[in-house]
Structure formats: C-alpha cells, structure tokens
Design a binder for this molecule. Structure first.
Ligand code: SF4
Ligand code: FE
Length: 485
C-alpha cells in the first residue's frame, strides 16, 4: 500500500496510544476530541485529494526507490519540476484548508537529511544514508505522517549550549550511551501537527561545535513511544472549537493547524533509528538545508491562505455594499500584488534549484530566504487591508447562540443584514475574517509567518552570507573604472 485513504489514516492513528495533554488534562480520546479534529481534517484532506484524479499530478509522485506511487509530501525532489510542483501543491492546500495543513515539515527535512547523511557517510563511513532511505521508504509505502522537530526551548539565548549556567536539557541531548542505542532527554517546541502524526523526526536546533557531540543527535521515533508527551499549545479563540455548536463562531469550522510542546523524557532511541550522532560539523548543514527548504515552502502555503484572505475580503466588501468603491478595489489589488510576490519567490527559489551530491534537488538558498523574509512582512499587510475592508463588526458581531436565540435572534437578523445577503451569511464571512486575522488560523498565517522556519534575523544572516557582496563590489569597480593598486 503506498496511498492510504483518510479512513485508513484515522484508523491507524486510533491504534496508537499517544500521550496528549490540553489545559492540564490528558486527552483520553484524541480521535474524537473537538480541539484536535480540525487539525486532523487538514491531513485527511491531503489523503482524500491524493486519490482524486484531478489532483494526482500535484499530490502524488513516483518514488525513485520503489517505483511506487506515493504522496508527494513524502517525496525526495528529483528535479526542478518537483520543486515547482511542491510550491503549487502547497498553494492548493492553503487554498483548500485556509490554515497550516501540517504535512510539509518532513518533506523539507527529508530533502535535507538525504544529502547530509550522504556526506556524513562519505566522510566517516557511517551508515546513515541507507538507514534514512530505509525509514523514508517505509514512510512512503505506508503513507505515514511524520512530524519534524527542530526547535529546542533554549532558555536564555545568551547561555552556551551545555554550559552550567542553566538546565542542560534546554537543548535536546544524549544522556546515556548504550551498545544498542542512546537515551535522549529534552523537548521540542511548537511541533506542527505532532498530535496527528505517526512518527517524529528530531534534529539539532542549530549548528554545533566540537564539545557539543551529545547535542548533535538526529533520529526518528513512533509518536506513541513511552516517554513522549505532547502538550497542545493554546491558540487564540481555540475553545470555540469545543462549544456546541462549534460552527459559525469558529470561522473555519472544518480545518485548523495545531502545534505541541513535545517532551522526550529519557527516551531510548535504537541505533537503527539514528541519523546523526556526534558528527558536529554536519548539524549546521542539516539545519541550513532544512531551513532553506522550509522557507521556500512558505511561498506556497502562505500565498494559498492569502488567496482565502483576499477572497474573504472581497466577499465582505460585497456583503457590506462597498465593493464598487475605488479605494476598496485598490486595496484588493494591493493584497493580490503582495500575495503573488510571495508565490513568485516560492516558484523562483525552486526554479533556481541545484543538484546535491546525493542527487536530490535543493532550492536556491538566497531566494528561499528572501521568500521567507517577505513572508515575515506581507501577510501582516494583507491582513491589515482585510481588516480595513471588513470593518469593526469583524470583532463585535454577536455569537451564533444569539443569532439562534428565540428572544434576541430577530434583532441580530434585522441589524446585521448585509447587501443582498442575510445576517447569518454575513456573520459567517466576518468570523472567517476574524479567524484568519486573530483566531486559530492566525497562528499559521501571522505569527508563524514571522517565526516559523526561523525568525527574520535568521533569514538575514543567510542573505548576508549568500548576498555575494564581493562580486557586486567588482561590478561597481568595473563600471566606475576603479583601478586599485
Ligand atoms: Fe506546511 Fe506552511 Fe504549515 Fe509549514 S506552515 S507545515 S509549510 S502549511
Ligand atoms: Fe511552519
């Protein structure tokens, strides 16, 4: 089996005994918990669409290892075309879900592990490349969802990794070495989609130096491994999903993203699951390639969600009766220009991709970092314009319960009516705007745009490194006729 149905996916999750917590309580039935369902629905949508002929080209690929048809989210990019299809697939899924759909992290990690493990083996004669390939083939053939975990809690950013100044576990580390594996201890922050994944892959949070071997550790584990605890992050307006009914007030009642603080409390990792173990000089390569791939991803997913933001803004302008005003048209055009710039950067960084020693294709790192740096700015402006168009009623409209009330419902219906549309439909669109700007979707569209795949300063460091200022100085010298002694 290389493609699962969404039903099989849910059944496979139900068999796992996962340790998930929210608001101080263990979630005993994660499959039916209303907080977790919208996040899982995004992943179900990916499974369903991969089986539809009209999406086959974007959502599936052929594995170069087995020749089987697999989900593109578990694919190694073999060409520039693969990189472009990745961006197009992400835009499509952003449009379909209006949220973070949570399956891209492993795709970008796999394409970083592939060349990195190849080069580690080349230097040290280790077996990481084959191990990683074996794991990936299993994920492809069983159509598994794998959460990718990079970010360590870190504590004080001023303290050095492993120093006595603070708790050493603030960076994930090996605390015991055994002949058959290692014991790790630590936590990974805001792990996208962890609550609905089968496996987790952990890698170092940043480049490492000699002396930090215990922190240069990468591996995979099933997410129901004893010792793993997932604590679901709070999101603005999240408990609206737990109300009855959880419909209009949620804004987007079907889909949503989730992140979890994922703790590994003295967990044993067998040797065959390890992809990096003390080869400190390769931690930086792994992180840079993953970050580059994921920064390219944001050109796809954020422009897809941006399409929903623009759609919601146009619709509410129509329902407010302002659609024909020239300043509204101008704002919609500006939103579109900004959104397409994000997509341009996603496509361009893929189109300028390059072949690694291992044979897979990697995006252009300079352009991918420019892509992500734009993502730290433009969605904020796009959402600001949407809020401007929607009006203050976006955050002051009465609840669904008031709309349905026998006593006050008539007032809500009378006074919230729109241009050619009843109050219910107008409120539905206002709540979607609220969800995208300030609610659960804003985690993915706003703050994640800032900090996901690295905060802006991380992109500036790479842009500074890749900007090739010396070459540009030479261009200027040549045209200015400078002849230095
Ligand atoms: Fe995918 Fe975007 Fe979510 Fe990252 S933020 S997992 S790229 S949808
Ligand atoms: Fe992300």
């Amino acid at each position: 089996m290389a493609l699962m149905t969404s039903k099989q996916y849910v059944e496979s999750l139900a068999k796992m005994k996962r340790n998930i917590w929210f608001q101080g309580k263990k979630i005993e039935d994660p499959i039916h918990h209303p907080l977790l369902i919208p996040s899982r629905k995004c992943l179900e949508e990916i499974y369903d669409m991969a089986l539809m002929p009209e999406y086959e080209d974007l959502l599936t690929a052929t594995s170069q290892f087995t020749g089987h048809k697999i989900n593109r989210f578990n694919h190694i990019y073999n060409s520039i075309e693969d990189l472009n299809k990745k961006t197009k697939m992400q835009r499509l899924m952003g449009q379909r879900t209006g949220s973070c759909f949570q399956r891209c992290v492993i795709m970008d990690m796999a394409n970083a592990f592939y060349p990195t493990t190849y080069e580690i083996d080349e230097k040290y004669g280790t077996e990481y490349f084959d191990r990683f390939k074996k794991f990936l083939i299993k994920c492809q053939d069983e159509d598994l969802i794998v959460a990718g975990a990079l970010t360590d809690p870190k504590g004080s950013r001023g303290a050095k990794i492993g120093s006595d100044e603070q708790d050493k576990d603030l960076y994930m580390r090996v605390v015991e070495r055994r002949p058959d594996g290692v014991v790790v201890n630590g936590a990974k922050c805001h792990i996208t989609g962890a609550t609905n994944a089968h496996e987790i892959v952990c890698l170092p949070t940043q480049a490492m130096r000699p002396g930090q071997e215990d922190y240069a550790i990468a591996f995979h584990l099933p997410l129901d491994t004893p010792g793993i605890t997932m604590i679901v992050g709070r999101q603005s307006c999240d408990t609206r999903k737990m109300e009855d009914p959880a419909n209009i007030d949620v804004g987007n009642a079907t889909f949503g993203g989730i992140e979890a603080l994922t703790v590994l409390d003295h967990v044993f990792v067998p040797n065959e699951n390890i992809f990096l173990n003390g080869e400190v000089e390769f931690a930086g390569m792994l992180v840079d390639l993953f970050a580059g791939g994921h920064r390219n991803s944001y050109g796809g997913c954020k422009s897809g969600v941006g399409d929903v933001v623009i759609g919601a803004a146009s619709l509410i302008a129509q329902y407010n009766g302002t659609e024909k005003a020239s300043h509204i048209k101008d704002k919609l055009v500006e939103m579109t220009q900004l959104n397409e710039q994000l997509y341009c950067c996603g496509i361009a960084s893929g189109a300028e991709g390059w072949k690694t020693k291992a044979g897979n294709y990697m995006v252009d790192l300079l352009l991918a970092n420019v892509c992500k740096l734009n993502v730290t700015r433009y969605p904020y402006e796009i959402v600001r314009l949407m809020e401007d168009i929607a009006g203050g009623i976006m955050v002051t409209a009465p609840s669904e319960a008031d709309l349905r009330s026998e006593e006050v419902g008539k007032y809500v219906e009378k006074y919230l009516v729109g241009c050619g549309v009843d109050a219910e439909n107008r409120i539905r669109v206002l709540r979607l705007c609220e969800n995208l700007a300030l609610g659960t979707a804003a985690v993915g569209y706003r703050t994640e745009s800032m900090h996901g795949a690295g905060s802006p300063q991380a992109q500036k460091i790479i842009i500074g490194r890749q900007g090739n200022f010396e070459m540009k100085k030479e261009l200027a010298k040549h045209l200015a006729g400078v002849k230095e002694a």
